[in-house]
Write a protein that binds this ligand. Sequence first.
Ligand code: ADP
Length: 444
Amino acid sequence: MFSKILIANRGEIALRIIRTCRVMGIKTVAVYSTADEHSLHVRFADEAVCIGPPAGRESYLNIPRILAAAEITGADAIHPGYGFLAENASFSEICAESGIKFIGPSPDMIHRMGNKSLAKETVRASDVPTVPGSAGIVAGLDEGLETIRGIDFPIILKASAGGGGKGMRIVRERSEFERQFRMAKAEAESAFSNGDLYIEKYIENPRHVELQILGDQHGNVVHLGERDCSIQRRHQKLIEESPSPAVSEDLRNRMGEAAVAAAKAINYEGAGTIEFLLDKHQQFFFMEMNTRIQVEHPVTEEVTGVDLIREQIRAAAGVKLPEGGFALPSGHALECRINAEDPDKDFRPSPGMITSWHQPSGFGVRVDSHAYQGYVIPPYYDSMIAKLIVRGADRAEAIDRMAQALDEFVIEGIATTLPFHRKVMQNPAFREGVFDTHFLDTFS
Ligand code: ADP
C-alpha cells in the first residue's frame, strides 16, 4: 500500500480524498495555488505545497510543478481527483516515468476512452450498443455530408475532445448542416485546440443514465449500479440519484453487463463511469466513458456502502477486488450540486465571501464541501461549493429528506443554487420520477 499520496486537485474532492487516506493510514500532501491558501484541503493534509499563482496552467494543470512537489515530499502516488489532470494521458505517463503511481488508468486506457469517437469504436467491437452516427471522426464537410445520408435528423455534432457539456451542436435540418458543421469545427478548434468532430443521431428526450464500474489489475471488473443524471442545465449535471427511477432490475442487469464489457474492452483498472443515453423505448446507447472518479460518486457510495476512493486507491496498489463482489445496493440516494451561481440571473457565477454558513446534518444527510463561514470563493475555478447528499429507504423519503436538508442549509454573502433545488424538490414531475434531460427547459 502507498505511504504518502499527493492530491493534484483542490476544493471538495481534494478534501474527500484526504479523508479516505486518513482512514487508510496514508499520509497526504495537498498542493494549492495562491488563491487557495485558506482552503480546507490545505489545512487538513499532512503537508501542503504552494505550486503557483491562481491560473490553472500555472498551478493545478502545471505538471512539472506538481511532480516537483511530489518529489520534494516523497509522495509515492498521485490522486488527480476530477477535472484538471484527471484524464490527461501524458500526465499519467510522466508519473509512471517518474516512479510515482498515478491513481487512475494507464496512459493507453485514458487515450482510448478520452477520445470520444475512438471510445465508441472500441466498445462497439465488444457489442456494446452505441448511438448511431459516424464511424469515428468526420474529416471534412464532404465526409460529413456522406455520413448524414444514412441518419435521420435531428443530429448532434460533437467535438471529439469536448467535455463538461461543451462542444456540442444540434442540427435539426439538413439544410443547416453545412453552416453548423463549419461553426462547430471552428468552436472546437478554439476551445480544445482540436477541431475533430463526430456525428451522432440526436436522441430526443433521453435520460442520462451512467454505470459505476471498478476494475482491478487482475482482469476483474464489476459494476455498482447506475446513477440518473438527467437533471441538467446546458448539458451540465445539477442533480443526480441512484438508483434511476427509470431503470428496472432487468434493464439494470443489461446495462451493467454492457458497462462491464465496455470496461473489459480496454482491460480497465480503477474507478470509471460508462455513460449511456436511455431513450423512451428503454433502449440504451453508450455515449462515453469517464476514466476517473465523478463528482456524483457519493450517491453510489450511499446506496452501496462502498467507499469508491478507497477502492480506487486499492486498485492502484494492485489489490484484488473482493471475491464475490460487493453487497447489493439498497435504499435511494440523491445529490444536489450547490453552486455559487445566481439562479435568478441565468446562473451567473457569484464568487466572494461567505458571510454566514450553516450546513445541514442528521440521519441520512451528508455534505461534501471545502467551504465555511468566512471562506472567500475565488473567481478562477469551478463554481461548485458543496454537494448535499441524502439517503432514504426509498425515493420519496430521500426527496423529503433532501427538501428538509435544503431548508436547513444557510449560505449568506453570495448567491447559490439552493433556492433552485428547493423548487425542484416540490416539482410534481420530479417527485414522480418522470423527467428527461430537457426537464429544465420548461421549469420555472
Ligand atoms: P460531456 O463529456 O461534455 O459531458 P457527453 O457526451 O457526456 O458530454 O454529453 C453530455 C450531455 O449531452 C448528455 O448527458 C446529454 O444530455 C446530451 N447529449 C449528448 N449526446 C447526445 C445525443 N446523441 N442525443 C441527445 N443528447 C445528447
